[in-house]
Design a protein around this ligand. Structure first.
Ligand code: NAD
Length: 261
């Protein structure tokens, strides 16, 4: 299937959704944070970390083998994200949440940048790097309340197992409730917008298919075609999400219906 790549046609379809008070569902991936200077997982394996494998840094086994190395790796990434700012793509999505009466933002990102841009409802499929839990029993942990917060890693005050970032590592299940909310939203979507994802990490990559099967029109924003483009995308807007989401928002805000809201 050859997607339509006309911005004007895509905009008209979105205006239609807006006018009908349709259900707008968005799935984002690492690409939407690229313009904030956040490397993708593979990009991040440069410099100091070039000699490490993802399997050693983002799996339970890797953590058990070398807890300090994994803790330090996440500290490094957390500091990078903390210093970053949301980009115009994050901001545009936060503003779209207000325009559409039914809007769901689903993200694979763990960087909290959607929330910092002002998005209120975010379904975080892969967790959040600023939250912590313990390794063995998933007790939520606040580092501020620990006696040993500077240990790398510290230990859980309840069960004494190691504290780890509350993110989904390779080989782990996604949070069940969030995943089911994401599929529910997709299954009743009128519009599904995919931005900045390669569409290869499961089960997130199956969410757009659920929307498509339910009859949604699928839009994609990406500088390159993804694994999903030729299978299910109706409108492919080639380019960076910071630029294109901002352009879409500006055009939608000019819609006469929006002006009366
Ligand atoms: P991915 O790295 O597999 O793919 C990134 C996609 O973004 C690619 O298709 C690329 O062409 C596109 N892209 C690059 N620059 C872009 C831009 N400026 N605008 C729009 N698109 C752009 O990312 P993924 O599909 O999200 O899957 C990778 C996994 O890595 C996910 O599980 C995610 O949780 C994790 N991850 C998250 C972060 C983060 O939180 N910021 C960073 C790295 C990795």
């Amino acid at each position: 299937m050859q997607p339509d790549s006309s911005f004007d046609n895509a905009l008209a379809a979105l205006q239609d959704c807006l006018g009908r008070q349709g259900n707008f569902v968005v799935l984002t991936g690492a690409g939407v944070s690229k313009e904030s200077g956040i490397p993708t997982f593979r990009d991040a394996q440069t410099g100091l970390w070039a000699n490490y494998r993802a399997e050693d840094l983002a799996t339970r086994e890797g953590f058990l083998n070398n807890p300090q190395m994994v803790w330090d790796w996440y500290d490094f990434r957390r500091n990078k994200v903390w210093d970053a700012q949301p980009n115009p793509g994050h901001v545009a999505l936060a503003k779209m949440e207000v325009l559409f009466s039914r809007f769901t933002l689903i993200t694979q990102n763990i960087d909290n940048l959607h929330q910092r841009a002002g998005s209120k409802q975010v379904l975080e499929l892969h967790g959040n790097i600023f939250r912590y839990k313990c390794l063995e029993q998933n007790h939520p942990v606040s580092l501020d309340l620990l006696e040993n917060p500077d240990a790398s890693p510290p230990t859980c005050p309840v069960c004494n197992s190691y504290v780890r970032p509350d993110v989904v590592w390779f080989g782990e299940m996604l949070p069940e409730i969030i995943l089911s909310q994401a599929f529910d939203a997709a299954s009743s979507a009128d519009v599904m917008l995919i931005a900045g994802t390669s569409g290869v990490v499961q089960p997130a990559a199956s969410i757009p298919a659920a929307a498509k099967e339910a009859g949604a029109t699928v839009f994609e924003i990406n500088p390159e075609m993804s694994a999903l483009t030729s299978f299910m995308v109706d409108y492919f807007l080639q380019g960076t999400s910071g630029t294109i989401l901002h352009q879409l928002l500006t055009a939608l805000q000019a819609n006469p219906r929006v002006k009366t809201l």
